[in-house]
Design a protein around this ligand. Structure first.
Ligand code: GZL
Length: 326
């Protein structure tokens, strides 16, 4: 009898250790990914409201099709709350790995942690979450651009174009998103080098063309002395160009416009002399994302940041890059 009791207790201890062990692993370490022929990949897109988003989604879908991997795609239509629900539904569908383009930094942290707890590795695509979540511990890696650097490059280009003298209106991206936060910070940091360049107003146009037009209209009325507009993306820059023309001003002559993304309409605006520059932010991240999944499953070490190499488009190279722009 005693022996059977000991065996039973021993078995309980093993089960307990295993469950604690796996949860500790989930708390302490990144979920693993078993090597398989194909994977079931979840891609949580934040919205589809502009060419950048559409190009990103296209690159992910193309790569999944090319590899014959199953893709579970969701579109949060611009709602962080819906995006959290979308990730939870992927967890319930037991995808092997999640690609997450988080709408905003803070609200999407719980989604990252829920996936980790469920033993599903997460790759952040194109935007980051709040640094409370760590790469290599809570998610595998961030694949995307250096937004701070983009802001700095836009500021430097504008300084050269205006001989370091400008009264600037800033159109910010989606409030709380890492590109908006970092493009603002990078631009402001670089502007410290140029005492005669001042941002007189800064407001969110939510990365959208019409919202960007409306905000530009309002800010131009409040600041008729503005000589430059810095937009966090081409869609808002194109909205601002429409606002300038509606106000009888000549974009590229009366007001210098600088932006980020390098979408086709933005590069075209540079060719047309209406936009000064657009710092490229490459949306075609699908190939890098799937290569990272494959490498991780093989046991390779994945860097905490797989960085996009971004160019800068201005009158010197816009025409040559128009055909390949998205
Ligand atoms: C950048 C991406 C931004 C683009 C915008 O990685 O998150 O979101 O710059 C898009 O055009 O809406």
């Amino acid at each position: 009898m005693k022996m059977r009791a000991q065996l039973f207790l021993g078995a309980c201890a093993l089960i307990l250790a295993a469950s604690v062990g796996s949860s500790l692993a989930a708390d302490g370490g990144l979920p693993k990914l078993k090597e398989k022929k194909t994977y079931k990949v979840g891609f949580s897109q934040t919205e589809s409201n502009n060419p950048w988003r559409l190009a990103e989604t296209e690159s992910v879908k193309q790569e999944a099709a090319k590899r014959g991997w199953q893709l579970v795609y969701t579109d949060a239509a611009g709602s962080a709350a819906k995006q959290v629900a979308d990730v939870n539904s992927m967890i319930a569908q037991q995808v092997d790995v999640i690609l997450l383009a988080p709408r905003e930094e803070k609200p999407l942290v719980p989604a990252v942690m829920a996936a980790k707890k469920a033993g599903i590795p997460v790759i952040l695509l194109d935007r980051r979450v709040d640094p409370v979540a760590k790469p290599g511990r809570d998610y595998l890696t961030f694949i995307g651009s250096d937004f701070v650097e983009e802001g700095k490059r836009a500021a430097d280009w504008l300084a050269k174009a205006t001989n370091g003298k400008a009264t600037i209106i800033e159109l910010e991206g989606t409030t709380g998103s890492s590109p908006a936060n970092d493009r603002h910070a990078g631009f402001a940091e670089e502007l410290k080098k140029y005492p005669d360049m001042k941002v007189v107003a800064s407001q969110s146009g939510d990365f959208a063309r019409d919202k960007g037009r409306q905000v530009a209209e309002t800010l131009l009325q409040a600041h008729p002395d503005a000589t430059a507009i810095y937009a966090h993306n081409d869609e808002m820059a194109l909205g601002a160009i429409a606002a300038l023309e509606a106000a009888g001003k000549k974009p590229g002559k009366d007001v210098t416009v600088v932006s980020i993304d390098g979408e086709k309409d933005g590069v075209q605006a540079i060719v047309d002399g209406k936009m000064g520059c657009s710092v490229e932010c490459n949306p075609r991240l699908g190939a890098k994302a799937f290569a990272a999944i494959e490498a991780y499953a093989k046991g390779e070490t994945i860097p905490e940041w797989i960085k996009s190499d971004d160019h800068l488009f201005d009158s010197s190279n816009a025409a040559a890059n128009l055909a390949s722009a998205y």
